[in-house]
Design a protein around this ligand. Sequence first.
Ligand code: PLP
Length: 306
Amino acid sequence: MITVVSGAAPTDRLEQLVAKRNAAASASSTQTRIRVIILFMYVALSIAGSDPTGGAGLQADVQVFRSLGVHGAGVITALTIQDTSKVHQVLPAFPNVVLAQIRTLLADFIPDAVKIGMLGSDDVARMVDLGLRELGGAPTKRPPIVIDPVLAASDGTPLLERRALAALQDLISQAALVTPNLSEAEALTGCDVSTEEGSEAAASALVASLGAGAALLTGGHRDGPPHDLFARRDGGSVSLTWLEGERAPVGSVHGTGCALASAITAGLARNLELPDAVAAGRRFVAAALKRAEMRGRRARFLVFGE
Ligand code: PLP
């Protein structure tokens, strides 16, 4: 007897192979029946910019996926020239090349979840929106999309053209979850997020007005305890939950936003419910923050593990 144990749906080819081997085993008196256990890996796709330091961007996303037992696929939206001191230059990819990467990949296999990070330019953001819309089908059948709406690096360098805000807002309407920090939430919604009420208004607007399934407004840049705010569509209204956070005594660490969104994406790829994926992602980043290490001249990097 051949048994297939799979983490994802087996492919047609695999089913054919199993049927053939079973038939051969039944037909032959000498052939020993064998038990084959095949483990499939879940797949998450990151659509993001390249950070050559590996501390953020697509390189970091794939490391996070892999640490959480998920295969990482990647579509590059932009090259950056950066070291641990600053971002020196941003070079968005050709928009048609981004669309071709997405179309070619999705024609071959559908990932279990998608994470979107830095987009660089308005044209690239529109191509990503188009490429993902072409997946078609009912929203519940499509892989969940997590958007980290990256606008600028910590050193202030813009990582998305200003005029791309509308394209990013369009993309957000496709998202199961959007994970802005305070300034990104303010830019996307126009709400003043300096107060608790303002943060709640921004998180609600990301769901109710911009159409995300949920929003996690990250509080790492807040004065005082870094509580996050989780907003989720709940029937016709939006439910809001404050999630308590503790500040790790490590100062500023490169790539925490990328890592959080990627860890949540990996959880969704592994079929966790959204609140569980958010909780697991926050725990993963909190542990990586405690292990953070200095790299190069200027930056602390997360150290991933499970
Ligand atoms: N480079 C790339 C490609 C990124 O995606 C990001 C953040 O998303 C950064 C740099 C900036 O990282 P940080 O905000 O830690 O400076």
